[in-house]
Design a binder for this molecule. Structure first.
Ligand code: GDG
Length: 465
C-alpha cells in the first residue's frame, strides 16, 4: 500500500542502481552530483523519490532506502533505446549543449519520450499527498510538469534543469519544441544553472507561444510561472574531510611517486562526453610538447574518462578519437616506463578521486559547454593545502562563480594553452590567494543553500499567484 508523501523528488534515475547478480536483484548507492545534492533534502523531508533503477525490465516494488521511500519506474529495452539513448541523449543533450555534436532527430523517439514521461507523471501523481511539493529534475523529464499538473492541480511543482538551456535559434530545431515548452510551463518554478538560461527560457515562451512575462515570471493562462537561476553546488565538507585524512594524503604522495615524481602533474576528470572538451585538452597538451614548451617526464597528464552512455553512437566515436589522440601523444613523447598521458577509462571511488585532486598541480576543466561542472568545485574543496591551480572553461556554469580560476575560451586552442601555462607558472602566494577566495565562496554557496533557495521560492505563497 502506497503511503503518500508531502515531498517527492522525480528524477530519471533513483539514488540507487539496480544490479543483476546470480542471486537476483541488488541495489547499490549510485554516486553523482544530483544524488549527493538531493538525498539529504529528501531525507530531511521524509520524502519519496520516483525514478528508474538503471536496468531494463518491469518496475520493482517500492522500497525504503536510508529514510527515503523509493518508487522505481520500469523502462523496457525499447524505452531505453528510444527515450533514454535516443530522444534524451541523442537529441536533447547535444541540442542543449550548443549542438557541439549534431543532434539526431527520429520521430519514434518523440513518442517514447511522451510515453515514458507520462509513466513518471502517473507514478508521481500516485505518490504525492494532497498539496505536496514535487521537485522534477532534468532534461529527460521535461513533459512531466504539465502532465502532473493535469493529473494533480493541487500540487506545488518545481522543475530544475541541470544542463544549459539553449538560445531560441537552437531550441527551435527541436521537433517537439512547443510540447516541451508547454511541459516545462506546467511547473510553478523552473530553475536553471545560469541567468542566461532563465532568460533564454522566458524569451522562448514569448517567441514560441506568444506568452507575456514580467521580469522572469511568465503568465500562463493567468497562472504565474517563475523562472530563475539556482547554480548547483557540492557539499565542500565531503572533499575537505577526505583530503584531511592521513590515508588520502599518503595516497596522493604515492600517486605522484608512481608517476615518477613529475614537476607538474596535470589532471582531467570527466565522464567521457563530447561536451567536456577532452579532445581539445589533449590537443593543447600535444602542441605544448611539440614546440618544447612542456617536456616529459617533467610534465605528465592524467586523464580519467569515466565510462558513459556507451551504447550511444557519438560516445563510441568520441572514445575512438580520444584514444587515438592519447596513442599519438604517447607514441611521440613517452619514454620507456614514462607515458606522457595516463588515460584511465574507469570509474573511481570518492577517496581515490580526492587523492587525485590532492596530487594534481593543475586541474583542467575545459568543457565546450556545461551546465555547472561539479568536478571544478570538488577540486577547489579538496585543496585544503591551498595548493594547485584550476584551468576552467568560460563555457562551464562554474566560471560565473569561480572567477579566480584561470579562465579560458575552450574553442580557442591558443587560449587554452595560455591558461594552462599561466596555471603551471602561478606563484605560490598568488595560487594560495586564488584558492582561498574560491574556497570561501564554496563554503558560503554549498548544495544545501542551493536546495533551500529553490524550495523557499517554490513554496512561497506568491508562487501560486
Ligand atoms: C550534469 C551537468 C552539472 C566523475 N567520475 C567519477 C565520479 N564522478 C563524479 C564527479 C562529479 C560528477 O560525477 C560529475 O558531475 P559534473 O557536474 O562534472 O558533470 P555531469 O555528469 O555532466 O552533470 C553538469 C551536474 O549535472 C549537476 O547539476 O554540474 O553541468 O552536465 O561529482 O566527481 N564519481 C566517482 N567516480 C568516478 O570515476 N565516484
Amino acid at each position: 500500500m502506497t503511503k503518500r508523501s508531502d515531498f517527492v523528488v522525480v528524477a530519471n534515475r533513483l539514488p540507487v542502481d539496480e544490479e543483476a547478480t546470480v542471486e537476483g536483484r541488488r541495489w547499490r548507492a549510485s554516486p553523482g552530483g544530483l544524488v549527493t545534492a538531493l538525498c539529504p533534502v529528501a531525507r530531511a523531508h521524509r520524502g519519496a523519490w520516483v525514478g528508474w533503477g538503471g536496468a531494463a525490465g518491469p518496475a520493482p516494488d517500492p522500497f525504503d532506502h536510508d529514510g527515503i521511500q523509493l518508487y522505481p519506474v520500469g523502462l523496457s529495452s525499447a524505452d531505453v533505446e528510444c527515450f533514454y539513448e535516443g530522444q534524451s541523449n541523442s537529441t536533447i543533450w547535444p541540442l542543449y549543449h550548443d549542438a557541439v555534436e549534431p543532434p539526431a532527430f527520429d520521430r519514434t523517439w518523440g513518442d517514447a519520450y511522451r510515453t515514458v514521461n507520462a509513466r513518471f507523471a502517473d507514478a508521481a501523481a500516485g505518490v504525492a499527498a494532497r498539496g505536496a511539493t514535487v521537485w522534477i529534475h532534468d532534461y529527460q523529464l521535461q513533459l512531466v510538469p504539465a502532465m502532473l499538473r493535469a493529473r494533480r492541480p493541487d500540487l506545488r511543482i518545481g522543475f530544475f534543469l541541470h544542463i544549459p538551456f539553449p538560445p531560441i535559434e537552437l531550441f527551435m530545431q527541436m521537433p517537439l519544441r512547443a510540447e516541451i515548452l508547454r511541459g516545462l510551463l506546467g511547473a510553478d518554478l523552473v530553475g536553471f544553472q545560469q541567468k542566461l538560461a532563465a532568460q533564454n527560457f522566458v524569451r522562448l515562451a514569448r517567441h514560441l507561444l506568444g506568452l507575456r512575462y514580467r521580469g522572469t515570471t511568465i503568465d500562463v493562462d493567468g497562472r504565474g510561472v517563475r523562472a530563475g537561476a539556482f547554480p548547483i553546488s557540492i557539499d565542500p565538507k565531503e572533499m575537505e574531510q577526505l583530503a584531511a585524512t592521513e590515508e588520502i594524503k599518503a595516497r596522493a604522495r604515492q600517486i605522484r611517486t608512481e608517476l615518477g615524481n613529475p614537476k607538474t602533474l596535470i589532471l582531467g576528470v570527466d565522464r567521457l562526453d563530447y561536451t567536456k572538451g577532452i579532445e581539445l585538452r589533449l590537443g593543447a597538451f600535444r602542441e605544448l610538447l611539440e614546440d618544447g614548451t612542456l617536456t616529459v617526464p617533467e610534465t605528465t597528464l592524467v586523464q580519467v574518462a569515466t565510462p558513459s552512455r556507451e551504447r550511444v553512437e557519438h560516445y563510441d566515436m568520441l572514445r575512438t578519437r580520444v584514444e587515438r589522440e592519447v596513442g599519438r601523444i604517447n607514441g611521440d613523447f613517452s619514454r620507456v616506463g614514462i607515458p606522457a598521458v595516463h588515460y584511465l577509462h574507469q570509474s573511481y571511488s570518492r577517496p581515490e578521486l580526492a587523492a587525485l585532486y590532492c596530487a594534481a598541480d593543475v586541474m583542467m576543466v575545459t568543457p565546450l559547454r556545461d551546465g555547472m561542472n561539479l568536478v571544478a568545485k570538488e577540486y577547489i574543496a579538496a585543496r585544503i593545502d591551498q595548493g594547485g591551480a584550476l584551468v576552467l572553461s568560460e563555457f562551464a556554469g562554474a566560471a560565473n562563480e569561480l572567477r579566480h580560476a584561470f579562465l579560458c575560451n575552450p574553442h580557442d586552442p591558443d587560449a587554452v594553452k595560455e591558461a594552462l601555462l599561466r596555471a603551471i607558472g602561478v606563484g605560490r602566494a598568488d595560487g594560495r590567494r586564488r584558492m582561498q577566495i574560491m574556497q570561501r565562496y564554496l563554503r558560503a554557496h554549498d548544495v544545501d543553500r542551493w536546495a533551500r533557495s529553490f524550495l523557499e521560492i517554490l513554496q512561497a505563497p506568491e508562487a501560486h499567484e
